[in-house]
Design a protein around this ligand. Structure first.
Ligand SMILES: [Zn+2]
Length: 423
């Protein structure tokens, strides 16, 4: 295993800590020590010195298998996009798994090139898991459940409980869990059964929550396109339509640190209080929300309210690239525009959400997300352009100026995955 040192002009240990210059010692996949200054000149180097070294990004929401679905239905409204672009694409891929395998391989290559060392993936087919395990990335995969089309709900739940043991695909780096897709695709009884099944096995769940105005209207008032759809299918009675999705999950005991709530675009102050009190992490996907025109999530209010925030790209079906630099900047710019306050959100908040926040959401905060002794050697080296009179501190420079093209190394557990990819 690699043993050696990494030295940088700026070693960013976490959102609030920079050693300029700094270096760290790595042995057996882990960081053994972090120091200020320069290493002894005869120390064995794992990569070139100089530049910026920081924790590898944690992308807390993606669907890697959809990597070849970019541009399908680009300008459709959200509900039309789901029905007329995503559903046919997923049906096509289910008949021809090569499409999903190609998609996962493309997505994984983009993650590594972009300095992402850890990803939370979910999909209805575990096609990406062997690829993820083979890539050396750290991660979590949630197997998606869609229960809204079952003609007999009780039979669907019994089948799930009998037959949905997760395949033996997990590895020390890639953990498995469930992903009951959303409250509208998994009605309350199905959602409760899936989360209970996961909790009995100490697995995490990923749930898309309150992403679109259509979803919000349906759960709050029982009106709109989703209500029409479920009424026509004779299934409206399976749903509760008098309060927000977050309140419904809270009432069923389905919030908590083991539940990754994704999107939460339409939530209000009462929902934020429930998420914070239950220590439920929220994964914000700013560019996907903008591309699909579902609205602007109240991220500044979530942070002020004490919600644990992570950042995700979502899939290449709804964003052009899996790029955490772009996600950080978009989050900051959108929130400043929304709140009309420059102080509503800073570079540190974005950096935190893109690293330790994601690690916390995935229950991996003791393994990754910061550079400190004992943690895995999951780090990225960047070559930021030399700027005369650069006044920004290194964390701000990474957030405001960072580009995927500046990533020279993506190490996970002491392995340089970017070098392996280019070999
Ligand atoms: Zn998603």
């Amino acid at each position: 295993m690699n043993a050696g040192v990494v030295a940088a002009d700026h070693l960013i240990t976490d959102a609030a800590g920079v050693l300029s210059p700094g270096w760290m010692q790595i042995q057996d996949e882990r960081i053994v020590a972090v120091h200020e200054g320069r290493p002894p000149h005869d120390a064995p180097l794992l990569c070139e010195t100089g530049g910026v070294v920081m924790p590898a990004f944690v992308n807390a929401h993606a669907h890697l298998a959809l990597g070849t679905c970019g541009g399908i239905g680009d300008d459709l409204a959200y509900a039309e996009w789901l029905r007329h672009a995503m559903l046919p694409a997923v049906t096509r891929g289910s008949a021809d798994r090569e499409m999903f395998m190609d998609g996962a391989a493309q997505s994984i290559a983009m993650l590594v090139a972009g300095g992402i060392g850890c990803v939370a993936d979910s999909f209805l087919d575990p096609v990406s898991v062997p690829l993820l395990a083979g890539s050396g990335l750290r991660g979590y995969f949630g197997l998606e459940v869609f229960g809204s089309r079952a003609s007999d709900e009780a039979a669907f739940i019994a089948d799930f409980e009998d037959g949905r043991e997760l395949p033996e695909l997990g590895t020390p780096r890639v953990q498995l869990g469930h992903a009951p897709h959303s409250l509208f695709t998994c009605p309350p009884k199905v959602m409760a059964a899936v989360v209970a099944h996961a909790r009995r096995r100490k697995l995490r769940c990923t749930i898309h929550v309150d992403e679109s105005p259509e979803e919000h209207e349906f759960f709050l008032r029982g009106t709109g396109a989703l209500a029409d759809h479920f009424r026509a299918a004779g299934m409206l009675g399976r749903y509760r339509c008098d309060t927000s999705p977050v309140r419904q999950l809270a009432d069923m005991g389905l919030l908590g640190p083991d539940i990754m709530v994704v999107h939460a675009v339409q939530i209000d102050a009462a929902d934020i209080a429930l998420l914070a009190a239950s220590r439920t992490p929220v994964v914000h996907c700013p560019r996907s929300n903008l591309m699909l025109a579902v609205g602007l999530a109240p991220v500044a209010e979530m942070l002020a309210g004490g919600v644990s925030l992570a950042l995700g790209t979502d899939s290449l079906a709804s964003v052009p690239t899996l790029d955490m630099f772009e996600e950080m900047r978009t989050m900051l710019l959108v929130q400043r525009g929304r709140t009309r306050r420059t102080t509503s959100l800073g570079a540190i908040d974005a950096f935190m959400a893109a690293t330790l926040g994601g690690a916390r959401a995935m229950g991996l905060e003791h393994e990754t997300g910061t550079l400190e002794p004992g943690k895995c050697a999951d780090f990225v080296r960047l070559e930021l352009p030399r700027v005369v009179n650069a006044r920004r501190d290194p964390v701000s420079r990474v957030v405001w100026e960072g580009q995927v093209e500046q990533v020279t190394h993506t190490f996970v557990g002491g392995r340089d995955l970017l070098a392996e990819l280019s070999a």
